[in-house]
Design a protein around this ligand. Structure first.
Ligand code: FO1
Length: 331
């Protein structure tokens, strides 16, 4: 079912579990040629000689219906024989690699080692998994999130998995961001007059969305595009649905509320989607110049994902670009 006229496209920016849920909903509303999903790769890391791309895998497994929805990452019906064998060999097991999941890391790692780009490897993996909507790594260059704490910097997975997000965060350093080139199809969409909307998923702004929008030129192209930019709040009623976003906000001195998310994204946004529990924020947010949609944003079932996606789509397509961007040059 196509809700876009002629060949209009939608860009969705995604990272983590929340972003994948909305992306799945969007794939049920849009044809493959109408949607491209841009995925954070700054959580990627080398582990046991393997290049691991957690947000790409979470999205691919979600779109292919193979994901373990209770864990939120990895594959359903997983076995852990290799991990047990690694433990016997005294290897690190804090980052749990399932036997089937390992196949993805092995396939990706040997392709990358052979010089294939992450984009090409991702396209091949998606083809194998029967995924038809384009999944675009945000870049084929390396960007890595480092969590700055009082005790020094931690790689993202060290912070998120090994230390269970316990250390107090002071900030995030995006290593490599200054020279990272946004993925070429991503840029083509950003520059295309056929781009109908850019949807930022309910992902962690600091470690899932910032790596995408802080790459050179991306924010400027988003502002210059005629396509409205709409974000779905990852904070509901003063807390995050999943993950460390709320804890990070509090530790970085922000009020844990939808209003702080809107402020953080600043003039990048034309529209903002908040949960009904935050309906009392709508007036203040509208007064700041944002178009606001108030709907249930907790996605527990596939129907929830599809419903929210179609509401966000309709809302986004109803917006015209509200900011005057004629003064900005596209770098
Ligand atoms: N998250 C955990 O909390 N514990 C794990 O052991 C773990 C293993 C893992 C393996 C593969 C993969 O693709 C993701 C994995 N994750 C694990 C989730 C991952 O750390 C997060 O999904 C992202 O980096 C943050 O969105």
């Amino acid at each position: 079912m196509s809700i876009l006229n002629k060949d209009r496209q939608i860009l969705a920016l995604s990272g983590g579990v929340g972003g994948s849920k909305l992306a799945l909903g969007l794939t049920h509303c849009l044809e493959p040629h109408e949607l491209a999903i841009v995925v954070n790769t700054a959580d990627d890391f080398e582990h046991l000689g393997l290049h691991i791309s957690p947000d790409l895998d979470t999205l691919m497994y979600t779109l292919s219906g193979l994901s373990d929805t209770s864990r939120g990452w990895g594959l359903a019906d997983e076995s852990w024989g290799a991990l047990d064998a690694l433990a016997r060999l005294g290897q690190p097991t804090w980052f749990q690699l399932g036997d089937r999941d390992l196949a993805t890391h092995l396939a990706r790692s040997c392709q990358l080692r052979a010089g294939t780009s992450l984009s090409t490897v991702t396209a091949e993996l998606c083809l194998s998994l029967g995924i038809t909507h384009p999944v675009l790594p945000m870049s084929d260059d390396s960007v890595r999130s480092f969590i700055q704490t009082g005790g020094g910097e931690l790689s993202f997975q060290e912070y998120f998995v090994r230390q269970h997000c316990a250390p107090e965060i002071q900030g995030v350093r995006l290593h490599g961001i200054e020279v990272a080139r946004p993925q070429k199809v991503f840029i083509e969409h950003l520059k295309s007059p056929d781009l109908a909307a850019i949807i930022i998923g309910p992902s962690n702004p600091f470690v899932s969305i910032d790596p995408i929008i802080k790459m050179p030129g991306v924010a400027e192209m988003m502002r210059a595009s005629t396509a409205p930019v709409v974000a779905v709040s990852p904070i509901i009623d003063g807390d995050a649905v999943k993950g460390p976003a709320a804890k990070m906000m509090a530790e970085m001195g922000m009020t844990v509320a939808t209003t702080s998310i809107a402020k953080y994204y600043g003039d990048l946004l034309d529209g903002f989607v908040i949960d009904e529990k935050d309906a009392d924020h709508a007036t203040a947010l509208r007064e700041s110049g944002l178009a606001i949609l108030v709907v249930p944003t907790v996605m527990q079932t596939l129907e929830d994902r599809q419903m929210l996606a179609s509401q966000v789509l309709d809302f986004s397509l109803s917006l015209s670009k509200t900011h005057d961007h004629s003064t900005l040059s596209i770098t």
